[in-house]
Write a protein that binds this ligand. Structure first.
Ligand code: ZN
Length: 329
């Protein structure tokens, strides 16, 4: 696993401080700039038995275990996907979005055991840290206040404002850089991404979000096809397509769509949807601006509760009913 070119300076800085690193690091910055990959790179280098110039050797047993996801002294905490764990018939409830207090309790129990002796250090990686709810954050706080020996916590977040101030105060905060535009474009071109510049703008300068989007592209174009139907949109179908993107991403997608729709209404060039000029212009002809603005307001509201795990698909469906009303039949 390589460090991205725009992360080299911050990597050097952390490497120089390695012996003085806090027991809890908080990597924060925009979504899609490679924070998680960086955190994993750092974790492996900390656990590696024979690092060279601070880089993991990639061949020692520790590195091998790490890459296989089997290192006994590495713990990755992320929202659990309960759907995958259940045998019950699959029901789409969207992505699991919270780190439960049980997960943190299990972690504490694991940390209370002596370490496995395969490395002198244990690493706990928590991502995304904003997925900690009040109970799990408070449980974690207790460990951060009295950290076990030889344990480093790495928290990763793109929504630092959602973390408890008490957690923040226990962590060494590390701001993860957004790449320079030309650096990101060059890197994306190297990943064989066509239209790198346009896509990078769509994703607010976050290159890994662009790669992710390439993967999600067909799913998204299905959503756009639905949205372009205006009043004829099938809200249940569209909500089903949207929920696969995750609630937060789904709402962002709707916000960007409405933003461009308003630009089209005023006959201004689109900001996000370069390839969808025609459908947007056609749709703008039948739009009721007042209702559309109300929809926009509801999206903002929905975003604030986007991580509430209950009935997200239903919430999206209700939002889409409002969206439909914004167009003349
Ligand atoms: Zn190694």
């Amino acid at each position: 696993m390589k460090i991205y070119p725009w992360q080299q300076p911050i990597w050097q800085r952390i490497h120089q401080q390695k012996d003085r690193l806090s027991h809890a690091l908080l990597l924060h910055g925009r979504a899609g700039v490679g924070k998680l990959d960086f955190a994993q790179h750092l974790s492996q280098s900390l656990l590696c038995a024979t690092p060279k110039n601070g880089e993991a050797c990639d061949v020692c047993p520790q590195c091998t275990w790490f890459k296989e996801g089997a290192h006994p002294d590495f713990k990755y905490i992320t929202p659990e996907d309960i759907d995958a764990a259940e045998d019950a018939p699959k029901k789409k409830t969207g992505k699991k979005t919270q780190i439960s207090v049980d997960q943190i309790r299990q972690l504490i129990q694991m940390l209370s055991l002596t370490n496995h002796g395969v490395s002198s250090l244990r690493v706990v990686l928590i991502h995304p840290a904003e997925a900690l709810n009040t109970a799990s954050a408070n449980a974690l706080l207790k460990v951060l206040e009295e950290p076990p020996n030889n344990t480093i916590f790495i928290l990763v977040t793109h929504q630092i404002h959602r973390l408890l101030p008490t957690i923040l105060s226990r962590c060494q905060s590390i701001a993860m850089p957004i790449p320079e535009r030309n650096v990101a474009i060059e890197w994306l071109a190297g990943q064989k991404v066509a239209n790198a510049a346009d896509l990078l703008d769509y994703h607010g300068g976050a290159p890994l979000a662009v790669l992710q989007m390439q993967a999600d592209f067909s799913a998204q174009s299905n959503v756009f096809q639905q949205l372009a139907k205006g009043a004829k949109l099938d809200s249940a179908v569209c909500a089903g397509l949207l929920i696969e993107q995750g609630m937060e991403h789904a709402i962002t997608l709707l916000q960007k769509w409405v933003f461009d729709l308003q630009l089209a209404l005023h006959q201004l060039p689109h900001h996000y949807h370069m390839q969808l000029g025609k459908p947007l212009q056609a749709l703008a002809k039948s739009v009721n601006l007042g209702v559309l603005l109300e929809f926009q307001r509801q999206l903002v509201q929905a975003k604030q509760t986007a991580n509430h795990p209950l009935s997200q698909e239903l919430q999206l469906e209700n939002l889409l009913l409002q969206y439909k009303k914004a167009f003349k039949h």
